[in-house]
Design a protein around this ligand. Sequence first.
Ligand code: NAD
Length: 503
Amino acid sequence: MDKTIPAKLPLYLHGNWIQSQSNDWLDVTNPATGAVLTRAPYTTADEMEQAVASAAEAFQSWKDTPVPERARLMLRYQQLLKEHQEELATILCEETGKTFDDAKGDVWRGIEVVEQAANIAALMMGETVENVASTIDCYSYLQPIGVCAGITPFNFPAMIPLWMFPMAIACGNTFVLKPSEQDPVTPCKLAELFAEAGAPKGLLQVVHGGREQVDFLLEHPGIKAVSFVGSVPVGRHIYRTGTDNLKRVQAFAGAKNHMVVMPDANKPAAINNIVGSSVGAAGQRCMAISVAVLVGEAQQWIPEIRDAMAGVKPGHWKDPDAGYGPLISAAARERVLGYIKKGKEEGARCLLDGTGASVDGYPNGHWVGPTLFADVTPDMSIYTDEIFGPVLCLVNADTLDDAIRLVNDCPYGNGTSIFTASGAAARKYQHDILVGQVGINVPIPVPLPFFSFTGWRASFYGDQHAYGKQAVRFYTETKTVIARWFDSDIEHAEHPNMTIQLK
Ligand code: NAD
């Protein structure tokens, strides 16, 4: 690929950047300006077949490549990603509209996973037990499974591809990545740096497209495992179709994350974190706080929450005062505005309305201002549905027990947090809550890559989660060996002068 963004985005097949023969292309736009950055192909069936075939061919030698060599590739890749962090972040800003700090964070969280992948030898250790019966030992190895596929969402175009292919490849697999069609340039840059790090041909392929290309991967017998991150309806489709086709599937889906605010919480910290975690990145984070549950007297903080939120402005990523960027597309903006309208119709009290937001100099940006609803109840669609915009719902609860019941009744289980000064309240919350990632005075509790990303319930379909030890389990098969060596065979061994006292 060129240093600048090419007018037509190529495919990455068997170590080569190839122009697709597709007749069907889509525009990739800058969401702050509406300018077309590049065009991406809907990859043809022939090209999809080539992607799987080249990954299958590369698997034959990569699976037997010594583990330290695989780890060294990841070390070189990690170094290159660090050197190119700002360049990657700049591309990311152009195609997502994120602020520069957010974009650098997106890249950094991915780099941390690559660091973990460089530790693959320790992660892939099997187990041994000597003497499971007389003179018999039992031990296990983790072996790679073959060609894996990844389907990623628009909202973290660096971090989420990096959740997937480095761990899969470090485990000895090869990979086909189908990034979001809304921002596929950053993932191409990731692939380019992977090649520069010395990745052999065929380890990673990048194809572009949408449902048709995804279904191709889900149905192809050569693909052994599928990792998906995206919305709930698509996640369910991926999980059902992938498992119907007898593949291993992990599907990370949508969310509705609650922050419970106790009246004894550190008030400035709680308010600051409510605002940052709800409208930051325009609310387009799967771990964004979209509901704050105000317990008892914390309900009196509503005017201060409103004022703090009103102080955050959307803007272009080059503006240092921009609190967050635009929505990813005109359709995403329309959807969010639709929910703001519904919230008012359903009787929630709209304390801040971001509908008419504009940014000087960027009339075509998909802007939505910070939006705050109070008196939200669980029957309203602004409460039940994932809005994925800078919209925060405030719900009142009388007690911590009421708050826990509310959160546990919500079908999603990605992330939640509690702000409190009470260890006992925090301990009760962390134990009783049916959500996979819990923050205590931490608003967005995303685990570091030596743990795993552990969403629950409607936020995840599958068994083994992303990165950490669970990713190694997902991308490997366990082979268990039971071995016995006969003492009497020693006479036929190749070293006749080896002395051993036979029983
Ligand atoms: P999306 O579901 O629209 O798209 C995700 C991927 O699926 C894309 O690559 C897209 O091309 C593909 N796709 C879309 N429709 C498809 C279909 N009908 N069949 C097959 N494939 C299809 O999601 P998005 O809008 O790109 O991303 C936002 C969503 O992702 C939000 O719901 C967010 O919560 C979720 N998300 C979840 C996590 C998590 O870890 N749980 C992380 C990030 C984002």
